[in-house]
Design a protein around this ligand. Structure first.
Ligand code: SF4
Length: 366
């Protein structure tokens, strides 16, 4: 820390020591400096202040119910046109079977996201939630991005609040953070031209918060965005969190270009240096978020482990089956055992804590 206070980031170090909020310009400087260790050391200080020596993980299962999607975003290797040979939509029985297969596993969260499939109406989602809830009574259901919630509202010409209330009644507990990408309209036009705007994404999340649901937030980085656009994204999330306090955790997602519409543009994706920087800068800018998560599926388990010294306090979960990042070339596995996660956290000098979606402690003292 002394080294940081003698270096080019001394004024930012002093702000962080006294708990002063960092400005947009400060965020840009944190991204511009090549002194990754100084940024990491400051982020580590904030992490310790907020979470002590704890590093969280969750035992969860992902279900991607359909890859049919009307948007066909340029950034996405998962969404396909209906009729494509690899397009699929799980039946309600298949989804129920996947949930029942997890019944003996002592998972605490089911994570469900999919494409915008015009054949699926709200009754499919309601019945899906009811069946998953019946199969796994004590498990938290975190499902459907703001993009999917907005789509259902448009398909049925009803307000987003009504969609959320109906789904909540059927068993939905929390929204995942997907679909935020980068809020900048310039970037969205290039990477997800048909997707809802950043403002709409925030509106859906704030509507969920008003109903008492907690949600997550993400940022997809490493494509065509500038440093300034990344920082504006963080500031937008920070302002929304000031208003509702409903976000649980922030998850920077490293872009994987393979098989996406951006691959021909020679967008190469992030580097390890970028990944650690994005996590550490998020920890420093998002002073009103309790948790920063490294999604090991996106950056690999080894770098995720290292990120525990760069502001991260959460390594996500056991996952089991993941299609979205893997369709875009993620080379990681799709499952990590609880024993492996605990071992990784301990080797980094942290105390592993198994949590549920809402950060209630399930088990500690491993
Ligand atoms: S990113 Fe989401 S909305 Fe866009 S094509 Fe993929 S599944 Fe569809």
């Amino acid at each position: 820390m002394e080294l940081v206070l003698d270096g080019e980031l001394a004024d930012l170090g002093n702000k962080i020591l006294t708990g002063e909020r960092l400005s947009r310009e400060d965020g840009i400087r944190l991204y511009q400096t090549k002194d990754l260790l100084a940024v990491g050391s400051l982020a580590d200080l904030v992490r310790r202040r907020k979470n002590g020596n704890k590093a969280y993980f969750i035992v969860n299962r992902h279900i991607n119910h359909t890859n049919v999607c009307e948007n066909l975003c340029e950034l996405c290797a998962f969404g396909l046109e209906a009729g494509h040979p690899k397009a699929y939509t799980l039946t309600l029985d298949e989804i129920e079977a996947k949930a029942l297969a997890s019944a003996g596993e002592r998972i605490s969260e089911i994570h469900i996201v999919g494409g915008l499939n015009p054949d699926l109406k709200i009754d499919y989602y309601v019945e899906m939630l009811r069946r998953v809830r019946r199969a796994l009574p004590g498990v938290i259901i975190q499902a459907f991005t703001a993009v999917e919630i907005d789509y259902l509202a448009r398909v049925h010409s009803i307000p987003v609040e009504e969609v959320l209330a109906v789904l909540r009644e059927a068993g939905l507990d929390s929204l995942p953070g997907g679909g935020a990408e980068i809020f900048s309209p310039r970037v969205r036009e290039l990477i997800c031209s048909k997707k809802i705007s950043g403002e709409r994404w925030l509106e859906v999340h704030m509507a969920a918060h008003k109903l008492g649901m907690r949600t997550n937030a993400t940022m997809l980085y490493g494509h065509v965005e500038t440093i300034e656009e990344r920082v504006d994204h963080l500031v937008g999330l920070r302002e929304a969190q000031d208003r509702t306090g409903g976000f649980l955790t922030f998850i920077p997602l490293a872009f994987h270009p393979k098989n996406t519409g951006l691959e021909p543009l020679a967008v190469s994706g992030s580097t390890g240096y970028d990944d650690l920087k994005a996590l550490a800068v998020a920890r420093l800018m998002l002073d009103n978020f309790d948790h920063i998560k490294a999604f090991w599926i996106m950056i690999g388990p080894k770098l995720a482990q290292v990120s525990l010294s760069f502001g991260v306090d959460d390594l996500d979960g056991t996952v089991v089956e993941e299609k979205i990042a893997h369709d875009a070339g993620a080379a990681t596995g799709q499952f990590m055992s609880k024993t492996e996660i605990v071992k990784m956290i301990k080797a980094a000098g942290r105390l592993p804590v198994e949590r549920d979606t809402l950060y209630n402690v399930i088990e500690e003292g491993f």
